[in-house]
Design a protein around this ligand. Structure first.
Ligand SMILES: Nc1nc2c(ncn2[C@@H]2O[C@H](COP(=O)(O)OP(=O)(O)O)[C@@H](O)[C@H]2O)c(=O)[nH]1
Ligand SMILES: [Mg+2]
Length: 550
């Protein structure tokens, strides 16, 4: 895949003429077919290198378009060709373009001192010295597009500078620069593929909606799969042209956050005003710039941007005033210096403590040194703290039912199983723990001693439940209990009567047991609740199944 060279330099310094001399293609002229066709290569020209490799030169007319093209192609532009008129020397746009190249991290390139045919040796040497000061690391070549002098040397210098830098192996991301409709194809979006690849049938998202790629072209030719760094046209059936626009990001689902805020490590060229235009990808949005410490800023955007950590942005306010490198593409609103310093270092572990959704921090760097469960990430220290807290509550729990309800936070289901407790019903228990009477042994003995067939009022519900489970009492009514043995006798008497006569009234049951009406009623209600009996009018009958149990 050819590397891309971006031209830069002041207006009229000879960029377009030089590109035409090098490539034979006039990038200012729009061939007829480009008006109608799918052409995505406006301003692009192929350049043969002496070593047989090919470069793709992008040359755009106009200063504003330079800025847009540079930012849009940021990771697709591999090197610059800075054009300086040997007679005029560096001019304001030369300096601004150079600044933008640096802000975007495009560091490799070549300087061409053009129109060498128009200057004497002394002027040329002055221009060379000035260029060497401006761009110390680049080769400087004097050329004339008119005579052809220096063109071979320039090609050779470009060949040296054109070192393959692999495009990061990141999820698919393309910023749309043009959207149009083609008959028989539908909506087509074009742009430079920043990373990943795009092939027929891929499921991607744009503006949060899923789309399916029907076909892909690179340099006007259909391809099975386009790769990072290439200029790509993607057919997206089912999407209306009006739904898409320049600046939109076509991305792998869930791979990149979309946010109204960006935290950046700031690179200020000038006084940074409170409002500036943020250029990123093919978008340009107005933002409020909130400075954080000396080196950072939070950009509060008027429209959301899809970015990734490490992306470069350019800040402009009529002219380029600075830029920055995104350290957090979806930061919290509160802009804290401490957090920014940690995030800049990629210390995700330092900013995660309590559980947060993994996808909310995945873009901040490698998730090393933090725990992950069920889509949540959290610090190991936090988990230990939670365990300690729950252990404390378990220790304080009623020994008769030594469990506690689990935390009710959304992470609970994912995290609680890691703690090693036992889940029984709705509560957590220490593994293997059993109910104990503990300090209530005496109260239990006293309660048991007081029980008979007459219901006794009991206040300690936990103790009552415990004793019922142990089989020494039976709860009746609301807050009363009878001895389990007496209850069993009453039950036998009832069953015998019902088996003999089929039905029984409250009065008959009362007389049978020799108890008061209230007691008889509480017992019968419990038998009803247990499913032994059923009320029919004023009488009780056995439920069919009730006859079996006794
Ligand atoms: N004599 C001479 N004129 C040149 C040379 N290169 C460009 N020019 C002229 O400079 C003017 C501006 O060139 P152009 O390529 O349009 O500049 P751009 O705005 O940087 O693209 C045109 O009139 C060109 O003919 C050169 O090497 N020698
Ligand atoms: Mg031009």
């Amino acid at each position: 895949m050819p590397l891309t060279v971006g031209t830069a330099g002041h207006i009229d310094h000879g960029k377009t003429t030089l590109v035409e001399a090098l490539t034979g293609k006039n990038t200012d002229r729009l061939p007829e077919e480009q008006e109608r066709g799918i052409s995505i290569d406006l301003g692009y020209a192929p350049l043969e290198l002496p070593d047989g490799r090919q470069l793709s030169v992008v040359d755009v007319p106009g200063h504003e378009r330079f800025v847009r093209t540079m930012v849009a192609g940021a990771t697709g532009i591999d090197l610059f060709l800075l054009v300086i008129d040997a007679n005029e020397g560096a001019r304001p746009q030369t300096l601004e373009h150079l600044a933008i190249l640096r802000l975007l991290g495009i560091e490799r390139g070549v300087v061409a001192l053009t129109k060498a045919d128009l200057v004497d040796d002394e002027t040329l040497e002055l221009a060379r010295a000035e260029a060497a000061e401006l761009v110390p690391d680049a080769a400087i070549v004097a050329v004339s597009a008119r005579t052809g002098a220096g063109l071979d040397e320039l090609r050779a210098a470009l060949a040296v500078a054109a070192v393959e830098q692999r495009h990061a192996d990141a999820p698919t991301r393309l910023y749309v620069d043009r959207v149009f409709t083609l008959r028989g194809i539908g909506t087509v979006a074009t742009g430079t593929l920043w990373s990943g690849s795009i092939g027929e049938g891929d499921e991607l998202t744009i503006n949060g909606r899923p789309v399916r790629v029907r076909s892909v072209q690179v340099h006007d030719r259909p391809v099975e799969r386009a790769e990072g760094g290439q200029r790509v046209a993607v057919a997206l059936p089912g999407v209306e042209r009006s739904e898409l626009r320049r600046g939109d990001a076509l991305v792998a689902p869930h791979a990149y956050p979309e946010s109204y805020r960006l935290d950046i490590a700031l690179d200020a060229l000038d006084e940074i005003p409170a409002r500036a235009h943020v250029h990123h990808g093919t978008a340009s949005v107005l933002a409020r710039v909130v400075r954080v410490g000396e080196r950072f800023a939070q950009l509060r955007l008027s429209e959301p941007l899809v970015t990734a950590r490490g992306d470069r942005v350019v800040l402009r306010d009529r002219t380029t005033i600075g830029g920055g490198s995104v350290i957090d593409p979806a930061p919290p609103r509160h802009a804290s210096l401490e957090r920014m310093e940690l995030v800049e270092r990629g210390d995700v572990a330092a900013i995660v403590y309590e559980p947060v959704r993994a996808e909310s921090v995945a873009h901040l760097g490698e998730l090393v040194g933090i725990e992950e469960a069920g889509g949540w990430v959290f610090a190991g220290a936090w988990l230990d703290e939670l365990r300690t807290e729950l252990e404390g509550r378990l220790d304080a729990a009623d020994p008769l039912d030594p469990g506690v309800p689990p935390p009710s936070e959304p992470w609970s289901a994912a995290v609680v199983p890691l703690l090693g407790f036992e889940r029984r019903g709705a509560k957590l228990y220490r593994a293997g723990s059993t109910a104990e009477l503990g300090a209530r042994a005496e109260a239990a003995t006293a309660l048991e001693a007081s029980l008979g067939l007459e219901p006794v009022k009991v206040d300690d519900q936990a103790l009552t439940r415990f004793l019922e489970e142990r089989g020494t009492l039976v709860r009746v009514g609301n807050g009363y209990a009878v001895a389990a043995s007496a209850f069993a006798d009453a039950r036998s008497a009832l069953v015998a009567e019902l088996e003999a006569n089929g039905r029984i009234t409250l009065a008959r049951f009362r007389d049978l047991l020799g108890v008061g009406r209230k007691t008889a009623q509480l017992l019968l209600e419990r038998f009803d609740a247990d499913g032994l009996t059923r009320r029919v009018g004023d009488e009780r009958v056995l439920r069919r199944r009730g006859t079996i149990a006794s």
